[in-house]
Write a protein that binds this ligand. Structure first.
Ligand SMILES: [Zn+2]
Ligand SMILES: [Zn+2]
Ligand SMILES: [Zn+2]
Ligand SMILES: [Zn+2]
Ligand SMILES: [Zn+2]
Length: 277
């Protein structure tokens, strides 16, 4: 393959370099000499291959065949297309440093032309900055550029307005009164939320204090109830003792009366009076 033959194809900028230099398949269009990587057409007259662009033009113009000069007729050659898509190729960005080798059919997924990202995309493909600064560079270099791109928007930490990085300085200068107002609002909000917090803390403390008091009162009531039960028991015990003592007193009084009655029988021999007590 002639490397100096730089014809551009529809999906990559440079001509593809195949891993196997000795190709058994016709890859170049005999009319325009570009690489036929997608649709391939075969002439109905003499069986030659042509690329999609040339085939369309010949049909549109009603031309004769470029080879046998008969009326041009063609059909898609799926077999030739499949064989070309199977070929192993180097990444078109190999000269920039990409080591990718893959089948022709997978090249678009690797290059992802014009797209910022994707799975396992070529880091050496040139793309435009996603923030619209018009800078073009490889994805590899864009990874470094974009975070610092002057056009990159961000939210001002004070007023929350979206501004570009390049406008930061002028924004900070021109919006001083607005930023002061925002800071004051923020400060007021903070104070209010702190106030709320304090009120909640107070309520919590009061709640726990009243719970403690109720528990204490309940304990006191229980203690009093216990005391009452105890004194009731004691009362019953002393009632029994009193009854026993009363019984004893009555018994002793009975005995005394008996003794007095018996003593009355022995009156004084001289005065006949019963003896003095
Ligand atoms: Zn062609
Ligand atoms: Zn022909
Ligand atoms: Zn690559
Ligand atoms: Zn940029
Ligand atoms: Zn601001």
């Amino acid at each position: 393959m002639n490397k100096s033959d730089k014809m551009s194809t529809s999906d990559v900028d440079e001509e593809i370099e195949f891993v196997n230099k000795d190709l058994k398949i016709q890859v170049k269009c005999p009319i325009c000499h570009s690489q036929m990587l997608e649709d391939v057409y075969q002439t109905g007259c003499c069986g030659k291959l042509a690329c999609h662009t040339c085939d369309s033009r010949l049909k549109k113009d009603g031309s004769n065949c470029f080879n046998c000069r008969e009326q041009y007729k063609s059909h898609p050659d799926k077999n030739a297309r499949g064989l070309i898509q199977d070929l192993k190729m180097h990444c078109p960005n190999a000269k920039k440093g990409c080591k990718w080798i893959g089948e022709v059919r997978d090249r678009k997924n690797h290059i992802k032309k014009g797209e910022r990202d994707g799975d396992k995309v070529c880091k050496f493909e040139v793309i435009e900055c996603c923030y619209g600064c018009k800078r073009k560079d490889t994805r590899k270099n864009m990874d470094k550029h974009e975070p610092d791109c002057p056009e990159k928007p961000y939210k001002c930490q004070y007023c929350k307005e979206t501004i570009k990085q390049k406008d930061e300085e002028s924004h900070m200068k021109s919006e001083v009164p607005k930023h002061l107002e925002c800071a004051f609002d923020k400060f007021t909000q903070e104070i209010q939320s702190q106030k709320k917090e304090i009120v909640n803390m107070k309520l919590e403390m009061q709640a726990s204090e009243s719970t403690r008091l109720v528990t204490e009162l309940q304990n006191q009531v229980t203690e009093l109830q216990n005391q009452e039960t105890r004194s009731q028991k004691e009362n019953r015990a002393s009632q029994n003792e009193i009854t026993q003592l009363n019984n004893r007193v009555a018994e002793l009084e009975g005995q005394l009366q008996q003794l007095q009655a018996r003593r009355g029988l022995f009156s004084c021999l001289f005065c006949r009076r019963p003896p003095n007590n």
